[in-house]
Design a protein around this ligand. Structure first.
Ligand code: ZN
Length: 103
C-alpha cells in the first residue's frame, strides 16, 4: 500500500514541491497547513508500479501533485492510500470519479 506522510513544518528550512516547485518557508507552510490550504507529503514509493516520472514519486510533493500522482497510479480505479498526519494514521480512497479531491 502507498503511504503518504505529511511533512512537518519543523522538518525543513525551505519547502518546495519536487514536481511543480511550489515553495514556501516553514512559517508560511505552518499557517497554510493549519488552515488546510496546503500540505507537503513524502510518498513511500515501494508499492508504486511504474517508473517515477521526472522525480515522481518524490521526497516532497504538494497535495495537488500527490493527488495527481495517486490518480495516475490508480489507472482509473480507486486507490487505497494510508495517510500519516503527525501521530494520526488514516486510510483514504483516491477516487478518479470524485472531483472534490481528498483535502
Ligand atoms: Zn506540486
Amino acid at each position: 500500500m502507498l503511504v503518504a506522510t505529511v511533512i512537518s513544518p519543523a522538518d525543513e528550512e525551505v519547502f518546495a514541491c519536487d514536481v511543480c516547485e511550489l515553495s514556501y518557508p516553514p512559517e508560511d507552510y505552518l499557517i497554510l497547513l493549519e488552515n488546510k490550504k496546503l500540505a507537503y507529503f513524502r510518498l513511500d514509493d515501494e508499492a508504486l508500479s511504474q517508473e517515477p516520472k521526472e522525480g515522481v514519486p518524490a521526497k516532497c510533493l504538494c497535495h495537488e501533485c500527490l493527488y495527481n500522482t495517486l490518480l495516475r497510479e490508480g489507472k482509473g480505479e480507486q486507490l487505497k492510500v494510508k495517510f500519516i498526519y503527525f501521530d494520526q494514521e488514516n486510510y483514504g480512497i483516491v477516487d478518479p470519479h470524485d472531483e472534490s479531491g481528498f483535502f
